[in-house]
Design a protein around this ligand. Structure first.
Ligand code: DOR
Ligand code: ZN
Ligand code: ZN
Length: 400
């Protein structure tokens, strides 16, 4: 097939290393077929899928079933996280070496599902359980919760940000860095959301990599008034001081990956009054358009974006392609048009939940083609062929 790319830019196949595809669990909000279709429409060639499904991916049998379910169902390539629990710590060394596991994921702060590992003793045992870089949802609300009111006055959803405040985030990250130093285990801190953590992590670059979310680079606390429950996520969207710190860290190389934390919920769950509002926002279909818009606005360069969403995740997670520590070496390409402007709409979203917190956002720069192993799987908003997505291979898994 001849592909005309005149006037366009070719990027290495872009990866979203942080998505929750809810499969198995809740087909009314998302499945592997719908979430990976959203991914290729949005210009992604691979996603790494989180384990807090129902039931969660916490043992070899569920991991095998999940991997088997990708064949003929996934439109893009998929890496699989395995969740740590207080009862599977002894099995983690074996689980992290199973094929297609991008990392062990630890929820050290509470979130959707119940994969919480929050006490110091269990966290240390998890750190000592294996060798590969281990991924953390880092928040430590437990030490603070007792002395914090639930903020039942004022703008209800803004209370979410006050409740999961800077101290909660910083405490979590300081605790994990102390453990990483003591155990020598490399860590990856997911969705770092505060200026304080980014500053703190600067002294741990030898042992800790980190991710910043598209939302924390794009939205500030004005979103609570505008979007209500559709602005609620963990860690929360914060004020502009943190957004500026995140951009400074992206620009000076202290951020390794950018992810969406695509976490669909039903409209009913998002519209529940705080504090019962479900936390999590959709993003897998919109992260590339929005990052391209940030490129157009001069906030980062296209090569830096290729780093953050291509080579960054490959390096942090050890993603392999034909035995090389890289992606895009066998024809994974995202073709983008930096002159194209287009407005994101709810009607474009293919996740069954059917909403995006970015409806109405006009983007300059848009993904025009998604090419996986030389096959054009998306061209100008049309998904082509059959689902050819494969499980991603990783180094250090013994079977990469
Ligand atoms: O907002 C969030 N939603 N944060 C998480 O850590 C989990 C996610 C979800 O699965 O809903
Ligand atoms: Zn998280
Ligand atoms: Zn997440």
């Amino acid at each position: 097939e001849v592909v005309d790319c005149r006037g366009l830019h070719l990027m290495p196949g872009l990866i979203d290393p942080h998505v929750h595809l809810r499969d198995p669990g809740d087909p009314a909000v998302e499945t592997i077929p719908t979430g990976t279709r959203a991914a290729v429409l949005g210009g992604l060639t691979a996603v790494f899928d989180m384990p807090n499904t129902a039931p969660p991916i916490t043992d070899a049998a569920r991991l095998d079933a999940k991997r088997a379910g990708l064949a003929g169902a996934a439109w893009c390539d998929v890496g699989l996280y395995v969740g740590a629990t207080k009862s599977n710590i002894a099995a983690l060394a074996d689980l992290e070496r199973q094929p297609n596991v991008c990392a062990i994921k630890v929820f050290a702060g509470s979130s959707t599902g119940d994969l919480l590992v929050e006490d110091d003793e269990s966290l240390e045992a998890v750190m000592r359980s294996g060798r590969r870089r281990i991924c953390y949802h880092s928040e430590d609300e437990y030490r603070l919760q007792a002395r914090k009111p639930m903020f039942t006055t004022g703008m209800p959803h803004r209370n979410h940000m006050e409740w999961r405040d800077v101290e909660t985030a910083l405490l979590g990250t300081r605790r994990l860095m102390a453990l990483a130093r003591r155990t020598g285990r490399p860590a990856h801190i997911l969705h770092v959301s505060t200026a304080e953590e980014l500053d703190y992590l600067s002294d741990y670059r030898d042992i800790a990599t980190c991710e910043v979310l598209l939302n924390h680079l794009t939205q500030t606390d004005e979103a609570y008034e505008r979007l209500g429950g559709y602005a609620v996520m963990n860690p929360p969207i914060r004020d502009v001081r943190h957004l500026e710190a995140a951009w400074a860290a992206v620009r000076d190389g202290r951020v390794d990956c950018v992810g969406s934390d695509h976490a669909p919920h039903s409209r009913e769950a998002k519209e529940r009054p705080w504090p019962n509002t479900a936390a999590g926002l959709t993003g897998v279909q919109t992260i590339v358009p929005l990052m391209l818009d940030h490129v157009s606005a001069g906030r980062l360069s296209l090569p830096r974006l290729a780093d953050l969403m291509g080579t960054g995740p490959a390096r942090v997670y050890g993603a392999l392609n034909k035995g090389r520590l890289a992606v895009g070496y066998d024809g994974d390409v995202t073709v983008v048009d930096m002159k194209r402007t287009r407005t994101i709409e709810d009607s474009w979203i293919v996740s069954p939940c059917g909403w995006t917190p970015f409806a109405g956002h006009r983007c300059t720069g848009w993904p025009m083609m998604t090419i996986i192993r030389g096959n054009v799987v998306m061209r100008e908003d049309e998904v082509l062929g059959t689902p050819i997505g494969r499980p991603v291979a990783f180094a250090d898994t013994g079977r990469g």
